[in-house]
Write a protein that binds this ligand. Structure first.
Ligand code: BYC
Length: 311
């Protein structure tokens, strides 16, 4: 079949809301854009294990420690589904990991900010997982079948992560004045980086137009940022916390929230690799990967032995 006809069938399917599956014909641009986005998503999950992983030994109780371990483990699982999803498009795991470890590939900018206190574990669950969940619920409707299906389980787990974070914050807010202040400080520091998770303003988004056309993304960056703000403001108020931005206010005319201009210069600087923790994150990922070599070799040897025994 000629390429124009293939493209017509592909776009018709997308218009009808049907999913594109790995063996279906797809334009090279669609494949490339998906591999870029899904592999960055996978990298974000495994780099995102680092700030919370650092707090496991300092969790204030056994209950909190168990929950945090389970959460960090879930994030590793999300990375696994997402690398698998990118592999269905022909990407190779080793190439994706190498791109991350050499600093060629991006991962969510937020993980380059430091987590200074226990309240930050609350803020990460509440705000970072909350923002991630808002985005990922939308991605359940992406046109690529395996990506859409991987979002279903991820979103269920994110909902749990989001609640556990909010519960940490709520507990601190019900504690001493100092504990409440810790929660406020964490909210103030994580708010703007959480808003940045949705990507640049639509006018500066290089991929949105094409991605929206092919339903790789189904909603724009600003639309999702607004949904997250609308979900989170009442939660801030319910805990008696101060809004983290003096200009954050519902505008009845636009039916949207007004907020202070995001520091996009800082955002672009962070995603270029110049954030507070970019170098440390890559160093830690490389170290973990190198130290895990014996596990990968043992697993490979076991699977070879197992498959030759079955012959
Ligand atoms: N950080 O054209 P645009 C989690 C880049 S983690 C870094 O709008 P797009 C969790 C963008 O890649 C969940 N880079 O891009 C884990 C592009 O650069 P390239 C993470 C960003 O793709 C552990 C350029 O800026 N979720 O849940 O159309 C513990 C222009 O942007 C960011 C996902 O990854 C950013 N924030 O839209 C706790 C969701 N934003 O590639 C929690 C999947 C933009 O041309 N991804 N850039 O060099 C997406 O939905 C989309 O990729 C985005 C950006 C909305 C993020």
């Amino acid at each position: 079949m000629d390429v124009n006809k293939e493209l017509e069938i592909f776009e018709e399917k997308i218009q009808k809301g049907e999913k594109i599956e790995p063996k279906d014909w797809m334009p090279e641009e669609y494949r490339k854009n998906l591999i870029r986005m899904i592999s960055q998503h996978a990298h974000s999950e495994i780099v995102g294990m680092l700030p919370e992983g650092n707090w496991i030994t300092r969790a204030p109780s056994l209950r909190r420690k168990l929950i945090l371990i389970a959460k960090v483990q879930d994030e590793g699982g999300h990375g696994l589904y997402l690398y698998n999803t990118a592999e269905t498009l022909g990407a190779r795991r080793e190439d994706m990991i190498e791109a991350l470890h050499t600093g060629k590939a991006k991962y969510a900018s937020i993980f380059n900010y430091p987590s200074l206190t226990w309240a930050d574990m609350g803020a990460i669950g509440w705000l970072v997982d909350g923002a991630a969940m808002t985005n990922q619920v939308s991605l359940m409707r992406t046109s690529y079948g395996p990506y859409s299906r991987s979002m279903v389980r991820i979103c269920k787990e994110e909902a749990f992560h989001n609640r556990q974070g909010y519960e940490i914050i709520a507990t601190l807010c019900n504690g001493t004045e100092e504990q409440k202040q810790m929660a406020q400080d964490a909210l103030d520091r994580w708010w703007e980086p959480a808003l940045m998770m949705f990507g640049p303003e639509d006018k500066d988004s290089t991929h949105s137009a094409q991605s929206l056309k092919w339903k790789i993304k189904v909603e724009g960056n600003e639309e999702l940022r607004q949904r997250f703000i609308a979900m989170t403001v009442p939660q801030i108020e319910a805990r008696g916390l101060r809004l983290p931005d003096p200009n954050l206010k519902y505008n009845p005319e636009t039916k949207k929230y007004d907020y202070s201009r995001i520091n996009w210069e800082e955002f672009f600087n962070v995603i270029k690799g110049n954030g507070f923790l970019n170098r440390e994150r890559l160093r830690d990922r490389n170290k973990a990967h190198n130290e895990g070599l014996w596990v990968r070799e043992a697993a490979e040897a076991y699977s070879k032995k197992h498959s030759s025994n079955n012959k």
